[in-house]
Design a protein around this ligand. Structure first.
Ligand SMILES: [Zn+2]
Length: 286
């Protein structure tokens, strides 16, 4: 069956996942940039947090206003800053299942989501806007403690989740789908970037799935199949050890949940809807 990775779209072979660490533009870039070698203290901390240190990559990310900063990409579609990594608590830093980070959205009950509609390379397509509306509806239909307020436009505030097109997450429009990050300081991660390939070619149900998934990271979900990545056709593990990982009560556990929105990859024929166990996890955490 055709599978879509959040950074590797359907037709790419599973082996293409290993290409994610390639950065063809780096060598010819005349601007002096900070070293993109992942520092040893970061690697050590990543291991201690049970992320897979072989799946970390340091990248320079441009924000929508053009400012650049170094971030660490882990597990293919999650962005963390160095301070987020270094400040992440070891005890239960990554715990629970469907897996969540220690940091959840605790500082607010209202999460504003802005679908960017600027008339430039960052604007969402009509289909992506529909997918985003569906994704936000899916969260709100669960009647969680947190409520999502969706608007479309070109303005956003500091703690809003801004959803926009950003081809810099991967230079190949056929390989990148979306990327986000984890909460900090009680607020959600504030950027969901999707590639223009996803923006223009995915169906509204695929985009519903993709955007619900990335927003899931923004509020603290890790991948449901972190232990195998089997939805990507892999048998790899996103973590190193066992301790510190605890089930969210009532979710699938090690057997996995093939229908979870939070799996690392998703089928091309996704309906974009929560699995029953996604609902359990959402309602448990929020
Ligand atoms: Zn993901």
């Amino acid at each position: 069956m055709k599978r879509i990775n959040f950074l590797v779209i359907a037709t790419a072979m599973a082996s293409a996942l290993t290409l994610l660490s390639c950065d063809k533009d780096r060598a010819n870039n005349p601007i002096e940039e900070p070293s993109l070698i992942v520092e040893k203290d970061v690697l050590n901390k990543i291991s201690a947090l049970h992320f897979n240190p072989n799946r970390i990559e340091k990248v320079m990310i441009s924000d929508i206003d053009g400012t650049k900063k170094a971030m660490y990409r882990i597990e293919d579609d999650i962005m963390l800053s160095k301070s987020q990594i270094m400040d992440m608590g070891l005890h239960g830093g990554i715990q629970n299942k469907q897996y969540r980070t220690n940091n959840l959205v605790t500082a607010t009950n209202v999460i504003r989501v802005v679908g960017y509609t600027g008339n430039n390379q960052h604007g969402l397509s009509a289909t992506a806007k529909t997918g985003l509306q569906y994704a936000v509806n899916n969260y709100n239909n669960e009647n969680l403690r947190i409520r999502f307020q969706l608007s479309f436009g070109i303005r956003w505030r500091p703690n809003d989740i801004l959803v926009y097109v950003d081809n810099s997450i991967n230079p190949d429009p056929n390989r990148a789908a979306g990327i986000a990050g984890f909460p900090s300081n009680g607020y959600p991660f504030t950027r969901v970037r999707i590639n223009n390939g996803a923006n223009l070619t995915q169906t509204n149900q695929q985009l519903e799935h993709l955007l619900a998934h990335e927003i899931g990271h923004c509020i603290g979900f890790r991948h449901t199949d972190w232990d195998t990545r089997k939805t990507c056709g892999e048998n790899s593990n996103e973590r190193v050890g066992n301790d510190g990982l605890v089930y969210i009560p009532g979710t699938a556990g090690a057997g996995g949940d093939p229908k979870s929105i939070m799996n690392a990859c998703y089928p091309a024929n996704t309906d974009g809807e929560w699995s029953d166990l996604d609902r359990v996890a959402l309602n448990y955490l929020y």
